[in-house]
Design a protein around this ligand. Structure first.
Ligand SMILES: Cc1cc2nc3c(=O)[nH]c(=O)nc-3n(C[C@H](O)[C@H](O)[C@H](O)COP(=O)(O)OP(=O)(O)OC[C@H]3O[C@@H](n4cnc5c(N)ncnc54)[C@H](O)[C@@H]3O)c2cc1C
Length: 389
């Protein structure tokens, strides 16, 4: 079997890339470790930037999203029970976020790719990337039926997330890994509970940060700052709801949290991880395979799509005119946006987590929040970064 591009992983990065290059007439095959059902039901991110939606819409991939996603242009900060809103859409050219769960994005992209005649192999195992430094790499895998199969290709797109096989296939010493542990844990909760708010809430409380994120009219995501060494077992459902109500509440007692059935509870160790460069030979890394960002600022899925957009243009140029310049600058082009997002996420982490054992940084966080609440110029800069430049 021969193809132009072997895409490893059917997450937002791999499926966006596969659709875009398919539309440019570039043959590809997508190899995915999980079953179709698993990838179409795996809840993770839920916030798309204006730019990501524009990209999908330009390629006819956003019909269902545009028909059903909620658009958000304001968020709320609560500081010790007092609230202020930042209408970021008004502050940044009317741009909004689109709240649309990641599994719906993935479902739409799979449907579009298959409708266009695309080839996705689900439930593959033992994927191995070979000859990456040559002009004819090979990918070998075991199919869902247990048959060992392979494809020769011109390029491999490593879109298999942080724990995938692509990045570790690069010889040691090639990549520089830039890693930062923020020393903060978030307990991430997904519940079948209608939102108790119209806008995302970031709440600062003496016991730690709490967040109320939006996903759909019937499902909400919440975050609780906890010690990174905490275990999920210490957080039975009753304790979760009590803590959320306490940390998110308003001083006048006017706000009430609607509870529901908790369907996912997990610990997130807040960390940032970037590799440079995002390529090796004929292998290009995209999305979480190359960079992990904390959920603060909701950038992960959007960065993955941006990588896919850049690589698809570079590949189209290569196949249409032989121009390799886009492939050569791919890594630098992606990393500019990645580092801007990392910087914003870091800034926001510093603002919404006031360390109780570090009064200096706690005062800085308070000053940052006060500045955001009182200065339209500062809020406009937040808006630009938050909704996406
Ligand atoms: C709880 C949580 C909340 C989040 N919230 C947000 C948010 O609000 N906004 C936001 O923008 N981002 C958010 N993110 C981050 C976002 O989900 C990721 O950044 C995004 O999924 C990255 O897409 P990707 O395609 O690079 O990787 P993935 O989505 O991880 O996809 C990788 C795919 O590769 C497959 N795979 C792995 N190994 C192999 C292999 N060896 N062979 C073949 N296939 C393989 C996997 O099964 C998977 O389908 C959140 C993440 C989490 C965990």
């Amino acid at each position: 079997m021969k193809t132009a591009v072997a895409v490893i992983g059917a997450g937002p990065a791999g499926l966006t890339l596969a659709n875009l290059i398919q539309q440019s007439g570039i043959p590809c095959v997508v190899l995915e470790k999980a079953s179709r059902r698993e990838v179409e039901t795996r809840p993770r991110a839920g916030v798309l930037e204006h730019r990501s939606v524009e990209l999908l819409a330009r390629h006819g991939l956003a019909d269902r999203l545009l028909a059903s996603a909620d658009r958000h242009g304001a968020c709320e900060f609560r500081v010790n029970g007092r609230a202020f809103r930042v209408a970021y859409s008004d502050l940044y050219g009317g741009r909004t976020h689109y709240v649309y769960p990641q599994q719906e994005v993935v479902t739409d992209l799979i449907a579009a790719f298959l409708e266009g005649g695309g080839d996705i192999r689900f439930s593959v195992s033992d994927v191995s990337l070979q000859g990456l430094a040559s002009v004819a790499p090979r990918v070998v895998w075991t199919s869902a039926d247990g048959v060992r199969e392979q494809v020769s290709c011109d390029f491999v797109a490593g879109c298999d997330g942080f724990h995938g096989v692509s990045r570790p296939s690069i010889p040691s010493g090639v990549l520089q890994e830039l890693v930062h542990h923020h020393g903060i844990g978030w307990l991430s909760i997904l519940a079948e509970a209608p939102p108790s708010t119209k806008a995302i809430i970031y709440s600062m409380h003496p016991d730690g940060f709490a967040g109320h994120m939006l996903r759909s009219p019937t499902v909400s995501r919440y975050y609780l700052q906890v010690d990174p060494s905490e275990s999920v077992e210490n957080w039975p459902d009753d304790r979760v709801w009590m803590e959320l109500q306490k940390r998110l509440s308003l001083a006048d007692g006017s706000w009430k949290l609607t509870t529901g059935k908790i369907i996912e509870k997990r610990m997130l160790d807040m960390r940032s991880h970037v590799v440079e460069p995002m390529s090796y030979g004929r292998l290009y890394l995209l999305g979480d395979a190359a960079h992990i960002i904390t959920p603060v600022g909701a950038k992960g899925m959007n960065l993955a799509m941006n990588d896919a957009a850049l690589l698809s243009v570079a590949l189209s140029d290569y196949y249409q005119t032989g121009d390799e310049s886009g492939l050569k600058t791919y890594s630098d082009d992606c990393l500019r946006r990645v580092w801007r997002a990392q910087e914003f996420s870091q800034w926001m982490i510093g603002m919404i987590h006031a360390p109780t054992n570090d009064p200096f940084h706690a005062r800085l966080a308070a000053a940052r929040l006060e500045h955001l609440a009182s200065s339209p110029a500062y809020a406009a800069s937040f808006a630009e970064n938050y909704v996406g430049p």
